[in-house]
Design a protein around this ligand. Sequence first.
Ligand code: GN1
Ligand code: MG
Length: 355
Amino acid sequence: MIDTTHINDIFSNFSQESTTSIKPYGDGHINKTYLAETINNKYILQKVNKSVFDLECLVNNYEVLDNYITSNGLSGKYYPPYIKTNNKQIHHIDSDGSCWRLSVYLNDSLTHQLSPSINITQDAGMAMSRFQKLLNSINSDSFRPTIPDFHNPQRRLDDYLDAVKKTKSQNIRKASEEISFANSNTKIAEEMSSIVNANDFNYRLTHNDTKLENILFRNNNYPLIIDLDTVMEGSILFDFGDMVRSITSLAKEDEKDLSKVEFNIDHFEALAQGYFSTIKIDLTDNELNNIYSGMLSVIYIQGIRFLTDFLMGNVYYDTGYAEHNLDRSKTQFKLLQGVISKEAEIAHILDDVLE
Ligand code: GN1
Ligand code: MG
């Protein structure tokens, strides 16, 4: 149930208009998102999940990024503009300490849960590398981690192993195949951990949640990037890996019919071309050499993150039913197997794209 009185009250901190309707919007797993309509305008209102993000760091990062954007005349060119509060801030903090923000809803925009075509896949890659180029131009020193160790492979592996120890035996039975798959592939996270710990590994300002649904496609205009909560220091290896994860399977993240979950090499090729065509010159040797490991790691870790949440009683991701996270972990592991089975073709494509 939506508490419209409370939400209207929140809305009044950003705008003098009155809302005519407020509806839940999109299918993010962490924040609450609403479409708020007034007589003349449409807006996206978001409530940030305060048990997931360090709100102080998050508020800081948005202000730093938005100051850079506005002072360089780039407003609206990379993400939809925010409507500031009466105090000229992006976020309004309510009496419970929850954090809200409002952005313009763009009428000609749409997101895709699944890529409808090779062209959209290539455009998605180009849109995310265009955003990365922007991030490369910003000094990362003022950004703080909104989720510490977000992409730390060893932390994700430890959380998973801990969940297996703590969970009820009935969950172990229900997830026996996935646990056995996860246990026999821990080397993927361990290898990524040693890559991350190597001296020549470089962190840079990255998006860190590059799934296809976080790209806003528009008619005759550059796609925009949304969901900036995790813009902080990270790695291009994870950002590209998460695009591979969310685009190349061509099936929903919670698809129950696993025969539909297949790694699609044509979409992979289009994505790699779109993403790397302009950005390859900016990559370090360490980045260039570890793209495949990054892909495996992101998909494996997303699988164990969903599995961990299932074992812990669904405390992190929004779920629609008890086995939702378990179903999500199955699609990740199926996709991972598909990627591994095409290692040679992937290497060939990457060689061509990166040469
Ligand atoms: C979450 O917020 P949303 O739904 O875009 C998650 C990502 C996962 C993704 C899987 C802060 O993203 O890390 O890759 O679900 N975000 C956070 O769909 O944990
Ligand atoms: Mg998010």
